[in-house]
Design a protein around this ligand. Structure first.
Ligand SMILES: [Zn+2]
Length: 297
């Protein structure tokens, strides 16, 4: 073996050791990365699996819903529970003992509904615009101590509630709003709205309140994907099936539930809404709820 040969042999051996070391480092790093991705993936799956179906939404007719979160918080939205298409209204109110928040979109009686009596019983705080909150305290008797800064807001804003489990964003609506108590003239109650409700480990729900179609609805999913849209379809006082179908197209939720029909002889029906969705090529799935039915989300 000459000097040259021995030098090249040693050099190539060193090179092999370096290559082997580098490969070992790369393989180890890859292994750690794959393991990390797997763990994150498993966690993701398990948290989805754990939370899936733990949010429950019950319809009481008109625009009234009960939302129960994975942590067991209870929210009522537009709680006109004693409405003409809900035969169990009285019993439901009598047995509603835990309510954390009451969300009211505007002051009309078919939305504010039974909010005051339920609040008095359960101490549920009012989530509404500031103006509607004031109107409900002064003209409807909503307990003043349950209408505080924490749960009041206005359009463009969002409140974080229930130790961060629920966020409620204030969405405008094209409608009107006033509060009237038996026979007295209607009182100013601010501008009407809807709510975008985001539940931690749960769905994002858009409740339209009473509204016409408006093109700014398309901005909603730019900020947060909507899983479920609860839309008025009755017509006459709000958008009807055709315009509601166009609204669904703009919001693009995974699922849409029609509401605010079947009362006061409103002309809009789920059948007409279904046809309009199909005709207008809307991809969202429609779910017609029965009064009292519970959806697991
Ligand atoms: Zn209404």
């Amino acid at each position: 073996m000459n000097k040259f040969t021995s030098y090249t042999t040693v050099a190539s051996m060193n090179q092999w050791i370096r290559v082997w070391k580098n490969s070992f480092v790369i393989a180890t790093a890859l292994g750690v990365l794959i393991l990390a991705i797997a763990i994150i993936g498993l966690n993701d799956l398990s948290s989805n699996a754990q939370s899936a179906g733990k949010t429950q939404l019950q319809w009481y007719g008109q625009s009234a819903f009960k939302l129960t979160t994975p942590e067991g918080n209870v929210l009522l939205i537009d709680p006109w529970i004693e409405n003409p298409i809900n035969p169990d209204g009285k019993t439901i109110i009598a047995t509603l003992n835990k309510v954390d928040l009451i969300l009211v979109t505007h002051g009309h009686f078919d939305h504010a509904g039974n909010a005051v009596e339920i609040a008095k019983k359960t101490k549920a705080k009012l989530v509404s615009t500031y103006d509607l909150g004031q109107a409900m305290v002064h003209h409807s008797g909503y307990p003043k101590d349950l209408v505080g800064f924490e749960t009041q807001g206005n359009f463009g804003g969002e409140v974080t509630l229930l130790n961060g489990e629920v966020k409620v964003a204030y969405i405008p609506a094209v409608h009107s709003s006033s509060v009237a108590s038996d026979g007295s003239p209607a009182n100013f109650a601010g501008n009407p709205g809807g709510f975008l409700i985001s539940v931690k480990n749960g769905p994002v729900i858009y409740h339209t309140g009473d509204t016409d179609l408006f093109s700014d609805m398309k901005l909603i999913p730019q900020f947060r994907k909507v899983n479920l849209m609860l839309t008025c379809i009755g017509g006459q006082f709000t958008m009807g099936p055709l315009r509601a179908a166009e609204a669904v197209k703009l919001v693009n939720p995974s699922t849409v539930v029609p509401m605010h029909y079947g009362v006061f002889n409103l002309p809009g029906t789920p059948a007409a809404f279904s046809q309009a969705l199909q005709r207008q090529g809307v991809k969202s799935q429609m779910k017609v709820m029965k009064v009292g039915e519970v959806l697991k989300l």
